[in-house]
Design a protein around this ligand. Structure first.
Ligand SMILES: Nc1ncnc2c1ncn2[C@@H]1O[C@H](COP(=O)(O)OP(=O)(O)O)[C@@H](O)[C@H]1O
Length: 187
C-alpha cells in the first residue's frame, strides 16, 4: 500500500477534523524524520495510521485487549488510552504492518513509554505539535522540536503530565514511566 491507499483507508473511519489532524501529523513527522535521520516512509505510515482506532467502540477495544493479550493494565481505561494500542493491533492485523518500530510508534503515540525509539518520539511529538494543534505552549514545543528531539520529548511529556495533574485526571502509569525515563536521561 502507498500513501494514498492508507489515507483513503483512514478517511472513512474519522471525521474531517481528525483527518486534517492526521495529515498535519504526517507532514510534521516526515519533516522531523528528515531532520533527525529517521526512515521517512516509516514515519509516514505510522503517522497516517496513528489514530486509526480513535473512533472505535470502547467496549470493542476492551475486548480486543482481553482477547489478544494486550497490556492488561489497559482494561478499564477510556478510549483515549485504548486507541493507541488497539490502533497498533489494527495496523498489524488489518493492514499487515509487521515493522515493530512502526507498530510501537502507533501503540505509544498517546502515552509515550520508557526507552522510546527515535520513530516513537517523532510520532509522539508530531501528534502534539502538528500545525492544527492550538494550546498555550505549543509554539514553545515547536521551537524545541526544531533543535533537539530529546529535549522536545521531555518538554512534551512534561506538558502532558502537568496538564493531567492540573485538570485532576488519572494518569495511565506508562506515561509516568516515560517521564521518569526522560528526566533521568536529561538530569
Ligand atoms: N498517561 C495518560 N493518562 C491519561 N490520559 C492521558 C495520558 N497521556 C495522554 N493522555 C490524554 O489523552 C488524550 C488523547 O491524547 P492523544 O492520543 O495524544 O490525542 P489525539 O488522539 O487527539 O491525537 C489527551 O487529552 C491527553 O492529555
Amino acid at each position: 500500500m502507498d500513501r494514498n491507499d492508507y489515507l483513503l483507508a483512514i478517511k472513512t473511519r474519522m471525521p474531517e477534523k481528525r483527518y486534517i489532524h492526521t495529515i498535519g501529523v504526517m507532514e510534521t513527522a516526515i519533516s522531523l524524520a528528515e531532520q533527525y535521520g529517521e526512515d521517512v516512509k516509516s514515519a509516514e505510515v505510522a503517522a497516517i495510521l496513528h489514530d486509526i482506532a480513535k473512533y472505535a467502540d470502547e467496549e470493542w477495544m476492551n475486548q480486543v485487549v482481553k482477547e489478544n493479550g494486550l497490556d492488561a493494565r489497559l482494561i478499564g481505561w477510556g478510549s483515549e488510552i485504548l486507541h493507541g494500542p488497539v490502533g497498533a493491533w489494527i495496523a498489524q492485523t488489518e493492514f499487515n504492518i509487521t515493522n515493530e518500530n512502526i507498530l510501537n510508534a502507533i501503540r505509544f503515540h498517546t502515552t509515550g513509554r520508557a526507552n522510546m525509539s527515535k520513530l516513537e518520539k517523532i510520532i509522539y511529538i508530531a501528534d502534539m505539535i502538528e500545525p492544527n494543534r492550538k494550546f498555550n505552549q505549543v509554539d514553545e514545543l515547536r521551537k524545541i522540536a526544531n533543535v533537539d528531539l530529546d529535549e522536545a520529548m521531555k518538554a512534551c511529556i512534561c506538558h502532558t503530565i502537568s496538564f493531567l495533574v492540573h485538570t485532576e485526571q488519572a494518569i495511565f502509569p506508562v506515561s509516568i514511566e516515560c517521564y521518569n525515563d526522560v528526566i533521568s536521561k536529561n538530569a
